[in-house]
Design a protein around this ligand. Sequence first.
Ligand SMILES: C[S@@+](CC[C@H](N)C(=O)[O-])C[C@H]1O[C@@H](n2cnc3c(N)ncnc32)[C@H](O)[C@@H]1O
Length: 212
Amino acid sequence: MPLPLKRLWYERADHWRFFRQWLRHPLTTAAITPSGPQLVRSMMAELPVGARRVIELGAGTGVMTRALVARGIAPEDLLVLELNPQLASHLGRMFPRAHVVCADARNLPAEARRRSDWGDEMADAVVSSLGLLSMPATLQREIVMAAFECLRPDGRFIQFTYGPRPPLRAEVANALGLHVTRGSMVVRNIPPATVFVYTRTRSQVIVPRPVR
Ligand SMILES: C[S@@+](CC[C@H](N)C(=O)[O-])C[C@H]1O[C@@H](n2cnc3c(N)ncnc32)[C@H](O)[C@@H]1O
C-alpha cells in the first residue's frame, strides 16, 4: 500500500479505536476523537528548548507520543502513562522502546521511580492530555502535585483544555505555587482547544544553599 494511504488507514483505525473507548469510558476519555494535528503542533511548540526527558499523561492512541518522537525525544526518554488498558496495550505495541505503563497519573512518582535506568534525573516537561478541567479540585491537585514531583525546578507542565479557560482551578494553582501562561488557541480541533503551560513560581524553585 502506498505510504499516504497507509498513513490514512492507520489514522482512521486510531480514530475508530478512540471512539470505541469513548463509548465505554466517556468521562475519562474526555473526547470523541484524538487531538488534531494543529493542537498536537501547538502542544509541541511549548516544549522547553533542548528537552530530553519527557513524561506524557493520558496518551490515548499516541498522537502526542508520535509527535514527541518526531521532535527528537528518544523513546527511551519517554515515560507514558495511560489509564485505559486497551489504549495502553496499543501504545505499548506502537512504541516498544518507550516506557508505556497502564497507570493512573496520580501514581506517576512511583512509576518514575520504577524506571531504574532514569536514575535521579527529573523530567524537562510533562505533556498532559488529561481532562483536568472537569475534575474535582482534589483530583486536580493530586495529579498536578504528582507531575511536579517528577519535574525539574524549571520544568514545564503542558496541558490543553477544550475551551478558553485554564484547566486548573485558581485555588489549586495558588496552593501549589504555580504560574500559568496561555499558549495557542486551536479552533481547528474537535472540540476547539487552548494550550496552557504551568511552571513553578520563582519562590518555589529550590536554590542550593551557599557552602559556608
Ligand atoms: C482527551 S484523551 C487524549 C488522548 C491523546 N493524548 C490525544 O491527545 O488524542 C485523554 C486520555 O487520558 C486518559 N486518562 C484519563 N484519566 C487518566 C488518569 N487519571 N491517568 C492516566 N490517563 C488517564 C484517557 O484514558 C484518555 O486516553
